[in-house]
Design a protein around this ligand. Sequence first.
Ligand code: B12
Ligand code: SF4
Ligand code: SF4
Length: 206
Amino acid sequence: MKSGEETVARARSLFDVVGVASDPSTNDTILILGLVSTPERDLDDFAPAGTKTILRGFARHAKDKEDALIEFIGEHGFAAELVGELGYPLHGEPNLKHLAVAAGVGKQGKNTLVIHPRFGPWLRFMVIRTDAPLAATGPGIYSKEENPYCEDCQECVQACPVGILLPYRLVDADSCLASISEGRRSELAICDKCVVVCPVGERKAP
Ligand code: B12
Ligand code: SF4
Ligand code: SF4
């Protein structure tokens, strides 16, 4: 168990937020790692489709930390691998918002994102699958009833320029101006209005 605690401590020295959960579809132990996206560390920087990786921000600001953690776990005799490119499963599985909430990292907000008490909606997540003996950090509850932040607020719903946000629900993902799906759009139009207006956390609108 000691190596499990050391792994989590090492992860906490590298990332802003660390959680441990079980992937419900595979039962694998998953380390869920969160970094705050800021103007200096812009994880929301996506390259145009067709570029080697569209995850330009993750390649610049997360890769070294991920490599360091995987190396550390390997040195302790356990397997560890990134899930998806740079730990970001672009095709949707596993669902990082569900895992983050299951690991107790935050609550789902009306903008559907995971809201953290200190970092608001600015955490960007990546995941490592491992056989290291890690204790789950949850439970968290993926339920609006349990979310204290959104009770008297509608900012994100009102700010969406294409009107596709209902409380806790994105009704038309194809119309989201933050669409990052390769091939669906030739240009990436980053919007993020439902993030920028959120009053929760330290980082306010730039
Ligand atoms: C595909 C995707 C998108 C698509 C579609 C999003 C969607 N909601 O469907 C598009 C391109 C539109 C998008 C946009 C954005 N995304 Co995005 N996206 C993803 C990705 C790759 C998969 C998500 C997915 O498949 N969703 C499918 C839907 C169906 O799942 P869901 O939204 O969780 O909904 C489930 C539940 O909420 C529930 N549910 C939904 N509605 C309702 C309603 C009721 C009544 C009930 C009971 C249940 C319920 O059922 C659903 C099925 O399980 C994840 C990474 C990952 N692998 O998880 C990042 C991810 C979710 N995105 C992220 C971000 C930051 C964004 C953007 C801000 C853009 C950006 N800067 O990157 C915008 C925000 C838009 C918004 N308000 O959600 C972050 C979220 C971080 C956080 N703090 O929560 C993630 C985790 C990426 C990361 N590496 O950090 N995204
Ligand atoms: S990113 Fe923009 S378009 Fe997409 S849901 Fe948020 S406010 Fe709406
Ligand atoms: S803007 Fe308001 S309603 Fe939307 S997620 Fe943030 S606190 Fe919740």
